[in-house]
Design a protein around this ligand. Structure first.
Ligand code: SAH
Length: 535
């Protein structure tokens, strides 16, 4: 092919065909993420997990295919036309495909059209469903001694193929029956009765081991281990819209010693996380890593305070205070962001001492390279007040808090003889309406847990879901949050012993998984040696 000169190519834009991987958005390649960040337009198939699009810029155009009900051939021609058109406008286009773009994805037609028009393109591989299914179901598809080869098989006719009556690819079943190793069937759900019967008729033993892997890498992955002649029956019961790979061959029958994915302690548990969105992500990651399917429904929103003046006044008079007391990580972030927005830097804090209610708040300070002078033994306002009360007489405290919150800290410090000013550094506002899918799943009893990480969240959840909130197990972060839940008429199923999100995770694990050997909760891996053997 004659490549156009670079300047011309860049003026014409370019197209990246990116493999999105099998489903879990974290299985995208780094190159794929990089291309998405650069994209002006992303054209993606209906099956692609939309969370992968989070890598794209918010202003990138997103075009979802396959929802219009057009015939596939029409869609293909239309996609080719649009790719050319967009690239000719000088745009960077990502054509996002499920799995790998070169495996049963008809990318050749699209890339050929681009080549015809001299448009530069790149193919970025992705993890194809068969290989992901092997890893996530624990099937050693190239097991030494029994599976020296692997075949990727399409069980569905492609446009242009001479299809059989059943809409099946014209496969050479005799060759496949003799295939020495593992066969992975794609798109084989609807036609399973036909292709499995033909394979058996061609000589494949009916008791050849098979494993059906539905929705591999998703938190609701399902694996069915059976015989080849049972595959169609087992697939009948499945949702035809749910993608499945069927692995056939001796490797599929080996003991499932490698089946790590479904053995994680929270596998199969659906957990509602009700924290504000920017605090939900890390917490959701810990739950996901333990196997849970996480649904995020913020119950409160965190916003600027209604009036910055009290914060600004306090920033102007910071030298008057002996202590700054933070009751939440949001307080830390909003207060310090305002400090920076006013043109100050950390030196503004001068000699003031810092107190944090708990480790998350202390961590938020640490993000700004600030160390706390006091963190209480128990992570609640009462304990912080007791820790600070010693020697508080005559000292001046500035307490930084939300638009709503408890008065305990200020009351206790004042009774210890301290002077306490309080300022509101952020607003905490109830979310008025729940997302429809979350509401529906909660009402249907499909959610197993809801994590309740503050009294404000407890009250907002009660308002959002009412009676339906009784259908989940409520996991409460502290006795105060539990008391709020009880006052609202809900009994928590578990309560954290240590009042942190890690403590809450421990409490859920004790009930959900029993006292089995568990992975480390802080996500830490064993330390790596710092020196290699040659050092
Ligand atoms: N290019 C894709 C394949 C597209 S064909 C790839 O490389 O994976 C679509 C078929 O892929 C589905 O019918 C199903 O057989 C398989 N598939 C895709 N995602 C899957 C998943 N998460 N779990 C199981 N099978 C999947």
């Amino acid at each position: 092919m004659n490549s156009p000169p670079i300047t011309q190519a860049s003026k014409r834009g370019r197209v990246f065909f990116v493999g999105a991987g099998p489903g879990d958005p974290k299985l995208l390649t780094l190159r794929g993420a990089e291309c998405l960040r650069r994209a002006d337009v992303v054209i993606y198939d209906a099956l692609v997990n939309e969370r992968i699009l989070d890598h794209a810029r918010p202003d990138a155009r997103r075009i979802r295919l396959g929802a219009g009900g057009q015939a596939p051939e029409m869609r293909q021609a239309e996609v080719c036309r649009r790719l050319v058109e967009l690239a000719q406008q000088g745009l960077t286009v990502v054509r996002l495909k499920g799995g790998d773009p070169m495996v049963f994805a008809r990318i050749a037609d699209e890339s050929a059209r681009l080549a015809d028009h001299g448009i530069a393109f790149e193919l970025v591989p992705g993890i194809t469903a068969a290989l992901a299914a092997a890893s996530y179901a624990g099937i050693a598809i190239t097991q030494r001694g029994c599976a020296p080869a692997v075949g990727l098989v399409s069980a569905h006719a492609e446009p242009g193929d001479v299809a059989t009556d059943a809409g099946e690819t014209p496969l050479d079943h005799h060759a496949l029956a003799r295939f020495p190793g593992t066969l992975a069937y794609y798109m084989g759900t609807a036609t399973a009765a036909v292709w499995t019967a033909r394979l058996v008729r061609a000589g494949k033993p009916p008791d050849t081991p098979a494993t059906i892997v539905h929705r591999c890498t998703f938190p609701d992955q399902v694996c069915v281990r059976c015989r080849l002649d049972e595959v169609a029956g087992r697939l009948d019961a499945a949702d035809p819209a749910s993608p499945a790979i069927v692995v056939v061959g001796p490797a599929a029958g080996l003991p499932p010693a490698l089946a790590w994915f479904e053995q994680r302690p929270l596998f199969g548990q659906r957990v509602l996380v009700a924290r504000p969105i920017d605090q939900a992500a890390a917490w959701a990651d810990s739950l996901t890593e333990l196997g849970a399917e996480v649904l995020i429904q913020p119950a409160i929103r965190i916003e600027d305070p209604p009036d910055w003046r009290p914060v600004d006044d306090a920033l102007d008079r910071l030298a008057d205070y002996d202590w700054l007391v933070f009751s939440s990580s949001n307080g830390v972030r909003f207060f310090l962001r305002r400090l920076f927005a006013r043109g100050f830097d950390l030196r503004r804090l001068g000699r003031v001492r810092l107190a944090a209610v708990g480790p998350a708040t202390a961590d938020a300070l640490a993000e700004y390279h600030l160390r706390t002078d006091v963190t209480p033994d128990e992570f609640r306002a009462e304990s912080l007040a007791s820790a600070l009360a010693v020697g508080a007489a005559g000292q001046r405290f500035l307490s930084i808090r939300a638009s709503r919150g408890r008065e305990v800290l200020a009351d206790q410090l004042r009774s210890a003889g301290a002077v306490v000013d309080q300022i509101v550094a952020y607003s905490s506002i109830d979310v008025a309406v729940a997302d429809a899918p979350v509401k529906r799943r909660l009402a249907a009893g499909e959610i197993h847990w809801a994590t309740v990480t503050s009294s404000a969240i407890a009250r907002s959840l009660a308002a959002l879901f009412g009676e339906d909130l009784r259908k989940v197990r409520l996991a409460s972060i502290s006795p105060i949050t539990s008391a709020t839940l009880r006052a609202l008429g809900y009994e928590p199923a578990v309560e954290a012993r240590v009042y942190t999100t890690t403590g809450l995770l421990e409490a859920i694990l004790e009930v959900a998984a029993g006292p089995v050997s568990r992975p480390s909760l802080d996500g830490s891996l064993p330390p790596l040696p710092t020196h290699g053997p040659s050092d």
